[in-house]
Structure formats: structure tokens, C-alpha cells
Design a binder for this molecule. Structure first.
Ligand code: AMP
Length: 413
């Protein structure tokens, strides 16, 4: 019976998995260099965790099921809400700032296409506690630095939902309607947004895009709007820090983000060559989400990488991913030394990666196999050499080989 994998899911064979592992290690290392520590949250949660504030877009695409106890659960579509729940239950006792990151699969019932899957991976960073502009800037810098650590070229756009929300407040747009406006802008549904907000000034602002010069234009547009001007002042503070940290960015005040919990700075990162699904990272400030779960008013800012797209971009941009190497292959030349070969392999496995022939191959074939798996050395075990306490060590790159004592090999590895 042939059973196919579900639509939108993938298997990762060892070569692909190795590439993913290397990229994940590089990114985690860059993130950890900023003091973030890894956490893990459940792959399934109570559905209401995400229904509360993750937004309509997410809620529509959730994998929801009822467990045997009649509880409504879902496979996690994202992990920021989970981390906030975790903060309420456990992390609140930690020293602030709480700096955590996660890496793992998320699930959304979307129409699969290139770069869009039903099971996909995210690496996310959450900084809980601080509210100042330097924390927004640091979070953006972590994202940029993680991608740079792999040599990726990308474009980063920053916006500020606080300005849009502030202006809607100044324009007396009701809070419930504000989320619908943000969501319509995020989906590019300008008509719908125009029905909800009648004032042109709002759309003049949303359309502002470009370098720092547009800040002057925004100041002009917003001069009579108190809340929006205040948020613009905060935004300028963040941009100053980004300039000081030499992070390249452009401004786009139309960034809305589909997730409803964002309150202030928002940013997105795109790369070329991935087609329509070219956004590899999205994030921003969410100052009310922790309070929703813990009752404690604690500001927070964070982002998530679409890890699959990052890996695709690495390949698309021709960035070399080193192949997995094995250090040693142990090759018995005959059955009488097979047991000894197993013992030799076992002896070195504490220090390095070792394979021993398990296919009963002839020496020539073992050497072929060793070069195919990128082995650095092969230890050829023969009865005559073994009597003298020696083996033959073959350098697989140069093809040179020499007789050598096992103790001496120990010194190499
Ligand atoms: P979000 O949680 O919606 O802000 O998404 C953060 C990032 O996750 C996006 O920028 C994408 O790179 C990635 N992402 C979101 N949905 C998918 C999906 N269905 N398949 C692959 N990557 C995704």
C-alpha cells in the first residue's frame, strides 16, 4: 500500500537536512551572541491562545482538532503567543530583559506553492521587558546580523503601526475597526480600508515609502495629529539607533503585518529570487500581548524568520554550503581482521566521526565509498601490518598513504 505524505509537508533527505542544520546553527549562533537563550514550546496548544490576538489571517488557517477530552486544540501556527503564555507561567520570574529564541515547525492550512507550505519552520526571537527605541533597534540588528552571517543579500523595510494606529485614534476610528483596517492594508485591500477610514490623510501616510527623507514628509502630514506625531517621534528614535549600528534599511509606513498584536515598530525582510514568497522575516513590537496572558503590563518586541525560505535564498544566491565530511573510514582487507577493524573504529569514535565497512566490500570499493562520502582518511586494516601493530593511513584527498601505529593516529584526531 502506498501512503503519500500530506499536501504541503516535506521529507528532508540527509543532504538537505545537513544544509538546513548548518544554516540553523549559523543563525542560532548569531542570535545567541546577542544573549538570547533557546526555549521550546508545545507543537499543539489550546486554540484560543491564537484566536485571542494572532489575527483573522492566522485564525482562518489553523489546524484545529478536538482531543479525546473534548478540548479544542490546534497545531501551532506561530509561536509568539506561546512564548507570551510561557512568560505568564514561568518566565516572569526571570531577570529582565527576558531574551529567548525558538526554532521549530509551524502549521498553517494554506494553499501550498513555492515557498509556502502547510508545515514550515520558523526561527523566532522575542525580547520581553524593555520598551525603549534601542531595544527595537537591537532586535532588527539581530535579524540583519543573522542573515549577514551567512553572506545573504536582503532588503529590510521598517514601518511603525503605532503611527497608523495613533492617526486612526486622532481621526476617531474605533479600536475594533482599527484591526480590520490594518488587516485590509496588510492584504493589499485598499478599497476595503477606504470604506473604514474616510480621511485621505491616512492613505497619504500609508503610501509613504523611501529613505529617511520621507520622515520630513510624514512630519508635515501629521503636524496636527497628536498621537500619530508622538509615535513618529518614537520611530525617529529607532531609526537613529539603526543608523548608529549601520543597519541598512528603507522606510515603508504602509507595512501593516497580518498579526493583530503589533503595536509599534514593524519590519519585514525580503530577498530576490524567491518569486512571490520572498518575505523571509517579519516582526515588530507587541506591547499588549504579554498583558493579555499574564495581566502584567510588560512590553515586548520580536520577529520570526521563515526558515525554509532562508535556506532557499542561501541556495538561490549561490552561497556554498560545505558538504558533510566524515573523518575516518576503517577498511578491513579481509574477514579475519573485521573484528579488529570494528574495535579500531570504536576506539576513535569518542573524538571524531568514523565509519567502518558494514557491506563486506572489497578494499577498492571501500575506498570508492570513502571518497563518495567525503571521508578525510581511510584506515586500511591488514593482517600483516596488524601483526606489527600498524595500519595503513590513506589521505583521501591526496591519495598518499603510509604505515602508522594506532597510537600515532590518536594524536592526529
Ligand atoms: P508571520 O508569522 O506570518 O509573521 O511569518 C513570519 C515568516 O514566516 C514569513 O516572513 C515567512 O517567511 C514565513 N512563513 C509564513 N507562512 C509560511 C508558510 N506557509 N510557508 C513557509 N513560510 C512561511
Amino acid at each position: 500500500m502506498k501512503v503519500e505524505k500530506p499536501r504541503g509537508t516535506r521529507d528532508f533527505a540527509p543532504d538537505e537536512m545537513w544544509a538546513r542544520t548548518l544554516v540553523e546553527r549559523k543563525m542560532s549562533c548569531a542570535i545567541e551572541n546577542y544573549g538570547y537563550r533557546r526555549v521550546s514550546v508545545p507543537t499543539f496548544e489550546r486554540s484560543e491562545l491564537f484566536r485571542l490576538k494572532s489575527g483573522e489571517e492566522i485564525a482562518q488557517h489553523m489546524y484545529v482538532f478536538e482531543d479525546k477530552g473534548g478540548r479544542e486544540l490546534c497545531l501551532r501556527p506561530e509561536a509568539t503567543a506561546s512564548v507570551c503564555r510561557m512568560f505568564a507561567e514561568e518566565l516572569r520570574a526571570y531577570q529582565k530583559p527576558v531574551k529567548v529564541y525558538y526554532s521549530g515547525p509551524m502549521f498553517r492550512y494554506e494553499e501550498p506553492q513555492k515557498g509556502r507550505y502547510r508545515e514550515f519552520w520558523q526561527i523566532g526571537v522575542e525580547l520581553i521587558g524593555p520598551s525603549g527605541p534601542e531595544s527595537d533597534a537591537e532586535v532588527i540588528e539581530v535579524a540583519a546580523r543573522s542573515l549577514k552571517s551567512m553572506g545573504l543579500k536582503f532588503e529590510l523595510e521598517v514601518g511603525h503601526l503605532g503611527i497608523l494606529r495613533g492617526l486612526m485614534q486622532d481621526l476617531k476610528v474605533k479600536e475594533e475597526v482599527q484591526d480590520d483596517v490594518i488587516s485590509a492594508i496588510d492584504r493589499g485591500q485598499k478599497d476595503k480600508a477606504e470604506k473604514l477610514v474616510k480621511d485621505k490623510v491616512f492613505f497619504d501616510l500609508v503610501e509613504l515609502k523611501g529613505d529617511k527623507k520621507i520622515i520630513k514628509k510624514a512630519e508635515k502630514i501629521l503636524k496636527d495629529y497628536e498621537n500619530a506625531s508622538k509615535a513618529l517621534g518614537e520611530f525617529k528614535g529607532i531609526l537613529s539607533y539603526l543608523d548608529a549600528l549601520e543597519v541598512d534599511y528603507s522606510i515603508n509606513l504602509g507595512i501593516a503585518r497580518g498579526l493583530e498584536y503589533y503595536t509599534g515598530m514593524v519590519f519585514e525582510i525580503r530577498v530576490e529570487g524567491l518569486g512571490a514568497q520572498n518575505q523571509i522575516c517579519g516582526g515588530g513590537r507587541y506591547d499588549n500581548l504579554v498583558e493579555l496572558f499574564s495581566g502584567l503590563s510588560v512590553p515586548a518586541v520580536g520577529f520570526a524568520f521563515g526558515f525554509d525560505r532562508v535556506v532557499e535564498a542561501v541556495k538561490e544566491q549561490g552561497i556554498e554550503i560545505p558538504k558533510k565530511k566524515i573523518d575516518l573510514v576503517v577498511a578491513p582487507v579481509s574477514d579475519e581482521v573485521r573484528e579488529e577493524a570494528m574495535k579500531i573504529a570504536s576506539r576513535f569514535r569518542g573524538n571524531c566521526s568514523v565509519e567502518v565497512d558494514l557491506m563486506n566490500r572489497k578494499l577498492g570499493k571501500i575506498l570508492e565509498y570513502a571518497s563518495r562520502i567525503n571521508a578525510r582518511y581511510t584506515i586500511i586494516v591488514g593482517p600483516k601490518e596488524l601483526e606489527k601493530g600498524l595500519v595503513v593511513l590513506r589521505d583521501m584527498k591526496s591519495g598518499t598513504q603510509k604505515e602508522i601505529g594506532l597510537n600515532e593516529i590518536e594524536r592526529i584526531f
